[in-house]
Design a protein around this ligand. Structure first.
Ligand code: PEP
Ligand code: MN
Length: 261
């Protein structure tokens, strides 16, 4: 059965939406210091990963529960909306207890219909915006399938996040952009907002700006860009995170080039 998604609503009132913050929540101080700077440069939503999906065990797998309080403090102190990754019904339950404003579904979760369905079942009756990253493999139907599972659970505020696709062929990108895939998603579901995560496509900070420009050129509705108060010391994704002042320079140049209103 073909879904028409006719009553999707659009939470992106201010286009483009700018989400930024660290890959991982590491300490209350790190989150607050980063968030205060981002607030001053017109970031709309603050991101931080609390539970980190790692390819192999024994790496830093996120701070877990204590970071929920930190994220709530960021919200209370700065007034920024906050978003984090949810990968299980337990994560969802905890995130709702701590008034987190929005959630995102990570690439590894989107690729697993069982996991997506469990979260979608747990979210029934809850009104919270859900951002859905593309799966690691370049399979548009798998991405649409995850969108449908949340839509069928009554979630109307759904935003797609293009974060690139698993890459073992090019040295240039960490994840291949395959721009045709998000473009096709937009043509199949015209009323779904779609934002780009240039950080995970790039893998290194030098590439982030060009990918962000390309996405805005293609009329994406926003960007999710990783930033860290001290990227060299970051526990995860240290090469791709921008310092807040580097993000400010990027946002200013996008503004001058008329990509941002
Ligand atoms: C992240 O946003 O830090 C992350 C782990 O993302 P992805 O699911 O796109 O790899
Ligand atoms: Mn990351």
């Amino acid at each position: 059965m073909k879904q028409n998604f006719k009553d999707l609503s659009n939470i992106i009132l201010k286009r483009p939406l700018i989400i930024s913050g660290p890959c991982s929540a590491e300490s209350q101080e790190q989150l607050l210091n980063t968030a205060k700077k981002l607030k001053d440069i017109n970031v709309n939503v603050f991101r931080a990963g609390i539970w980190k999906p790692r390819t192999r065990p024994n790496g830093f797998e996120g701070v877990g529960l204590p970071a929920l309080e930190w994220l709530r403090n960021v919200k209370l102190t700065t007034g920024l909306k906050v978003i984090t990754e949810v990968a299980t019904p337990f994560h969802l339950k905890k995130v709702l207890e701590y008034d987190i404003d929005m959630i995102w579904i990570g690439a590894r979760t989107t690729g697993n219909p069982f996991a997506v369905q469990e979260i979608a079942d747990a979210i029934k009756g809850v009104d919270i915006p859900v951002f859905i990253k593309n799966p690691l493999i370049p399979d548009l139907n798998l991405w649409i399938g995850a969108i449908e599972r949340f839509y069928n659970s009554g979630i109307k505020n759904i935003v797609a996040i293009h974060r690139g696709f698993y890459n073992n062929i090019s040295q240039e990108y960490r994840n291949l952009p395959e721009w045709n895939i998000p473009v096709e998603l937009k043509s199949l579901i015209p009323n779904i907002p779609i934002i780009c995560d240039p950080s995970h496509i790039a893998g290194k900070k030098e590439l982030v700006a060009d990918i962000a420009r390309k996405a805005l050129d293609l009329n994406f509705d926003g960007l999710m860009i990783e930033s860290h108060i001290n990227p060299q010391q970051a526990f995860t994704d240290q090469y791709q995170q921008l310092e807040p002042n580097e993000l400010e320079i990027l946002l200013r140049s996008l503004e001058t080039e008329n990509f941002l209103k």
